[in-house]
Design a protein around this ligand. Structure first.
Ligand code: GDP
Ligand code: MG
Ligand code: ZN
Length: 365
């Protein structure tokens, strides 16, 4: 696993300097920034369960405490610690302070790692730390299952080097159509667990995947992440919302990521719906790397730097793979959608139409 550290949060000189100035204003002298904030280990660490603007709820010695960030690193930046972070805590007269952050094994981020464009605090979009496994939760229905909801998450997770599985929740509502979509991911070798929190199906299977791991639930609002967390926790502590009948969309109940321990060494981070992956930091030529099924085709494209986008059909073997039905058109559509975001092009429908396999065309008639 690659090693990321908290400097990810203080990415560029510009933002560090800005904070340094703010600190100097507050403390009236130069300090050595965050240099001694990150350490390799300590005797007893706490785990951040919810981070706020300049403090965090930390699970420490079996209880949840509210801890402030150490003064010299607390300068109005809400991107210092994240759920899952291990922190060294000091207590003085009932006041808790996060003195150090333990080195991270992974950090889940919505933006591309090590990008030169991560140049101010507002753009850093880290979600959780030290994640061993991510569960992409989707619903069979309400909201409807669509590959586009899965593909961006797969991209985020691969980019963050975090292993992922898919959990199809609300399997009580599953039909043939959803099974077809799932088969795309089965072919890609992704582990899929089907669950229903209503019928108590698949919960043990899901637990078996999560045991001894720090796991995270990601997925759109309303798919059942909090209900699954409830089912695994085995109590009713976590409130879930009701899908409003009008829009069939879940209402936001979880507004920040939260951390739950359900077994010794086994935890779940429940996240609010992550709206989008920020693709502006990806180089368009790299996006195909996140679509492994293009792999065996793309080297045969006429142009070495083929983007499988605007290139003519007869020069692009990936497009031919889509037309022949050997590459899923839904996945290709996801690819086009992400590419058009990255290239800042609004409409990709013409490209998509040009590769629709005959049977798809017939269906549409
Ligand atoms: N039919 C069905 N509905 C479910 C299931 N699990 C959760 N729901 C409902 O889906 C809605 C959203 O659930 P919630 O856990 O808040 O989703 P979250 O936004 O992903 O955390 C709630 O109304 C739940 O009662 C399930 O297995 N089957
Ligand atoms: Mg929720
Ligand atoms: Zn091509």
């Amino acid at each position: 696993m690659p090693h990321y550290n908290a400097y990810d949060s203080f990415k560029t000189k510009k933002s560090i300097e800005k904070k340094q100035r703010a600190k100097e204003k507050a403390f009236g002298k130069k300090t050595d920034k965050v240099d001694n904030f990150i350490i390799d280990g300590c005797d007893e660490y706490g785990v951040v369960i919810e981070s706020r603007y300049d403090d965090a709820y930390v699970l420490y010695n079996g209880e949840v405490v509210l801890a402030n960030l150490r003064k010299d690193i607390n300068f109005g930046c809400n991107q210092v610690v994240f759920p899952g972070d291990k922190v060294d805590i000091e207590e003085t007269n009932g006041t808790y302070v996060i003195e150090h952050l333990l080195n991270r094994t992974s950090i889940l981020s919505r933006t591309k790692k090590d990008s030169t464009r991560l140049n101010d605090v507002g753009q850093t979009k880290n979600i959780a730390s030290n994640v061993d496994l991510a569960v992409i939760v989707v619903a069979a229905k309400e909201p409807p299952l669509h590959p586009k909801f899965i593909d961006r998450y797969l991209m985020i997770l691969q980019n963050s080097n975090i292993p992922a599985i898919i959990c199809l929740n609300k399997c009580d509502l599953k039909t043939e159509k959803e099974e077809e979509i799932l088969s795309i991911y089965r072919k890609l070798g992704i582990d899929i667990v089907e669950t229903s929190t209503y019928s108590n199906i698949g919960i043990d299977e899901l637990k078996a995947r999560l045991i001894n791991k720090q796991a995270i639930f990601v997925g759109n609002s309303g798919v059942g992440k909090s209900s699954l967390t409830n089912a695994i926790m085995g109590n009713e502590e976590i409130k879930t919302s009701h899908v409003s009948d009008k829009s069939k969309r879940g209402r936001h109940t979880t507004t920040t990521s939260k951390y739950y321990i359900w077994e010794e060494n086994s935890s779940i981070i429940d996240t609010p719906g992550i709206r989008s992956l920020d693709v502006s930091s990806f180089n368009p030529i790299e996006i195909q790397d996140y679509f492994p099924e293009f792999e065996s085709w793309k080297d045969k494209c006429k142009y070495k730097d083929c983007l499988h986008f605007n290139e003519p059909y007869d020069s692009c073997i990936v497009k031919q793979g889509v037309l022949s039905g050997l590459i899923s058109i839904d996945r290709y559509e996801s690819y086009l959608r992400i590419m058009s975001d990255a290239l800042n092009i609004k409409d990709y429908s013409e490209i998509l139409d040009s590769v629709k396999p005959e049977e798809v065309k017939k269906k549409l008639k």
